[in-house]
Design a protein. Structure first.
Lengths: 184, 654
């Protein structure tokens, strides 16, 4: 008898773990719709009625053919669905430092594949696209918040957890890429 | 056999549990180490290696002369690590502080800072940094929030930065000097201001960035009491009107603000007072009008319609929400039955108690008390919708419309909120009540000013009763409005229109007139004369600061931002002041011999204010899901259940 209980518990746990990945993918579909509404000029297009955030950018990583809608806020609730734009940080294409972070095992598993010189394209809510070229990669501590400091030119900072293969979440290291704008 | 498999399962699960706790324990152990060393240990990119974050030791000495205070702040930047750093320190100053001096001390040498336009100062600093020179830069981010950056601090070196500022003492029944020591985290709704500096938060630690404080108070008039509601004091009388004050502890923690209050002896209070200074071809005069006799009772009580707004956002967690609720409950109990009232609570959204203001009958108040008692803090600070709801409240004729706003003011989109207040105020008055150890008093004071009301700070639950009683006395008191100032001759005055006079709070105006004329004027039937002398140094700077405040406000009412910026730059350069568009920069011309490429920028970790809990603002976002962990645990459980299924032969034997 205990083995059925164990098997059931195992199945539920696997389903729960898989749901995290499914949710991250499914949400992007809904977010794409909300992004289209944003591009048409709707000021506060929420992807679902009870959402406490809104899409602020669309982001394409050419090497991995990734295409994400980015949500405002880098809190756990937003990151479950999409990469999050750090509050207080500059907007895409703006002078200053635009900081985007996402989970290392869902959306930003793509960061692992990036190489120096790769191109990232970001669309702002007014439809303008900006091209960034990847420049430098670092591994830092989670308390090294200086990485989010404003810069004089338009830069982009991508942040995810490190190491990529860690099983247990909550580690203190972060994997970051910095990129600078090439033009609109 | 079966038992053995169960044991295997148990061991598996236990191993996972251990793996999880081990991870947590590792994170935990860093903060335990923090407590054991005077500096602060921070992990580096190499696992197992630690380095000391720079720390700042502060000494503040304040001289109070009448209503002017001049402060010298000495910050010692200590780099205990074995490599060179650039230290960046975020620190608060009073809202109306006018910063005019910065000096950098390296060993026996002193380098005096000069005022430059902000972008230029930043370029000067960056250039020096890239050459490996020692340099410091003082920038203003909000009227009450500054950063000092110090470049090229070598291993185990320290650099002293001295900053001087002045401020006017506020008077609200008693004189009060508040020295902010803690910077509270701020909530910015999506899309708002990105001009706040990044901050690195650490759990509170009394030994981090300690402050030594000394105040030399000469009030000019005999005093009846001197006290601090925030810290225990040691007093040494120097003369009849002069006292030296220090906190009982030599070093105090930078996790709560310091406040000093003093009251003049009865009858010593003039109805109006003025202080003057001659600087160049101008005379600068500060005129204070004190309210009429406080004991006078209002002739008739007008019915009021009061909306209370209470902030129940996450930043109010802990003692703050209890103070706020206590303040609100005290206020509700003081309502007259002829008054109407409503309560709005907000965090992510705003909710109102009643559809519209209800008469304060005992059973209605009883309902309100219960509703307020059940409020809990949680979520964001979407202040705007709460304000709009309050200002949209309909008004009956003959009613005095008041909005009492209880919050810690930790928002980043201040300017949008000021604008909303100006647009929708109508006949209403907004009174702000600041809660907690470090409320954003720049926001509160200006929200109250835009709302033509006043600001009250409640720092401790023990002050709720007395401060709310004072505020209510004020709300119920008659108000002198439509004041004007007449001055003989040509004068430039800030603020341009005289604010309303409330019981218990004086009106202060700053005037610039041609030098060598005696100033004669009238304000609310009080005549005043002032013969400018050069003794009161600093009035010119106060005048400039008030003009800067007025200019900054004028942007919200449609003035051209670029013109305002230019005027502020001109005032900053002329009066040697740090403003949002001018910074102080000091560069050491002696080479330091430091390789600039070996220097990392480091934010000096700062304390969370006392009473703040559970907010982790210090770290980059947490960016890993437990998906893999769950899936692995699930697979393990499945595997074990398969192993558990007994072989037919085994069943036969069993």
């Amino acid at each position: 008898m205990p083995r059925y209980v164990l098997a059931l518990a195992g199945a539920i746990t696997i389903a729960y773990g898989s749901w995290i990945h499914v949710k991250a993918q499914l949400a992007q579909v809904l977010l794409r719709v909300a992004w289209e509404r944003t591009l048409r000029g709707e000021p506060d297009a929420r992807p679902w009625p009870w959402a406490d955030t809104r899409p602020v950018a669309r982001m394409k990583i050419e090497r991995t053919r990734s295409d994400f809608i980015v949500l405002e806020g880098a809190n756990g609730r937003a990151l479950a669905f999409a990469p999050g734009h750090l509050e207080h940080s500059a907007g895409p294409g703006e002078r200053g430092n635009c900081v985007i972070s996402a989970h290392r095992d869902t959306h930003f598993s793509a960061l692992r594949e990036l190489r120096d010189g790769d191109v990232i394209r970001i669309q702002r809510s007014d439809g303008c696209w900006f091209t960034y070229r990847i420049q430098s990669q670092r591994v830092i501590d989670q308390r090294d918040t200086w990485i989010t400091r404003n810069t004089r030119d338009a830069t982009l900072t991508l942040i995810t957890c490190y190491p990529f293969d860690a099983i247990v979440p909550g580690g203190s290291q972060r994997y970051t890429w910095s990129a600078s704008v090439l033009g609109g | 056999m079966r038992a053995a498999r169960f044991i295997t399962t148990a061991v598996f699960c236990a191993a996972f549990a251990v793996a999880v706790t081990a991870q947590n324990a590792e994170v935990e152990s860093v903060s335990i180490d923090d407590m054991q060393f005077p500096g602060l240990l921070v992990k580096t990119t190499q696992p197992g290696r630690f380095m000391d974050a720079p720390s700042v030791r502060t000494e503040i000495s304040v001289q109070v002369r009448g209503i002017l205070a001049r402060a010298l702040v000495r910050q010692r930047f200590e780099n205990a690590s074995d490599h060179c750093v650039e230290a960046i320190y975020v620190f608060p100053l009073p809202d109306d502080a006018t910063v005019d001096e910065m000096r950098m001390k390296i060993g026996p040498r002193t380098i005096t800072g000069e005022i430059q336009e902000r972008a230029e100062a930043s370029r000067t600093y960056e250039a020096a940094k890239s050459e490996g020179r020692r340099a410091s830069l003082l920038e203003q981010h909000r009227p009450n929030l500054f950063t000092v950056s110090v470049a090229s601090i070598g291993s185990r070196e320290s650099v002293d930065i001295e900053i001087e500022y002045q401020q006017t003492i506020t008077f609200d029944r008693r004189f009060s000097l508040r020295i902010p020591l803690a910077v509270a985290p701020r909530y910015t709704p999506s899309g708002a201001d990105a001009s706040l500096p990044p901050m690195r938060r650490e759990p509170r630690h009394p030994k981090r960035n300690p402050v030594a404080l000394e105040i030399d108070l000469d009030s000019g008039i005999p005093l009846s009491t001197i006290a601090s509601p925030t810290h225990e004091l040691q007093q040494v009388p120097l003369s009849a009107t002069r006292t030296k004050l220090t906190p009982r502890d030599v070093e105090i923690a930078s996790d709560r603000d310091f406040e000093l209050v003093w009251t003049p002896r009865l009858g010593a209070m003039p109805q109006s007072a003025s202080f003057s200074e001659i600087a160049g071809e101008h005379a600068y005069t500060l005129v204070m009008l004190f309210p009429p006799d406080l004991a006078a009772k209002p002739a008739a009580v007008l019915p009021r319609n009061t909306t209370f707004i209470i902030d129940t956002s996450g930043s109010m967690g802990g003692p703050s929400i209890e103070q706020a609720k206590q303040a609100l409950l005290t206020a509700l109990k003081r309502l007259h039955s002829s008054d109407r009232f409503n309560v709005i609570a907000f965090s992510d959204t705003a909710q109102t108690l009643f559809g519209e203001g209800r008469r304060a009958d005992p059973d209605v108040v009883e309902d309100a008390l219960r509703w307020v008692g059940n409020l809990e803090s949680n979520g964001g600070t979407e202040m705007m919708s709460a304000l709009q709801l309050a200002l949209a409240e309909s008004n009956h004729s003959g009613e005095v419309r008041q909005v009492v706003f209880i919050t810690d003011g930790q928002v980043g989109n201040e300017s949008q909120i000021f604008q909303a207040i100006r647009d929708h105020l109508g006949n209403a008055r907004i009174f702000t009540i600041g809660i907690g150890a470090a409320p954003n008093s720049f926001f509160m004071r200006n929200a109250a000013r835009a709302g033509r009301g006043t600001f009250t700070h409640i720092g401790d639950i023990g002050e709720v009763e007395s401060k709310m009683t004072e505020l209510f006395h004020k709300l119920e008191s008659p108000v002198l409005t439509g004041l004007t100032v007449d001055v003989e001759g040509k004068a430039e005055m800030w603020p341009e229109s005289v604010p309303d006079l409330y019981a218990g709070e004086p009106v202060v105006i700053a005037l610039r007139t041609p030098a060598a004329t005696t100033l004669r004027g009238r304000i609310a039937n009080q005549t005043f004369t002032a013969t400018p002398q050069s003794s009161e140094a600093g009035i010119a700077k106060i005048w400039a600061r008030r003009k800067i405040d007025a200019l900054r406000d004028s942007v919200f009412t449609g003035a051209d931002a670029e013109n305002v910026r230019k005027e502020i730059v001109a005032l900053g350069l002329a009066h040697h002041l740090v403003t949002e568009h001018t910074s102080l920069v000091a560069v050491d011309t002696t080479p330091s011999g430091i390789d600039p490429r070996s220097c990392n920028p480091e934010l000096v970790p700062i304390n969370l204010p006392a009473g703040w809990g559970g907010l982790e603002q210090s770290a980059l976002p947490q960016t890993a899901t437990p998906a893999t962990l769950w899936i692995l645990i699930g697979l393990t459980l499945l595997l074990v259940s398969l192993l558990l299924s007994p072989l037919p032969a085994a069943r036969g034997e069993g």
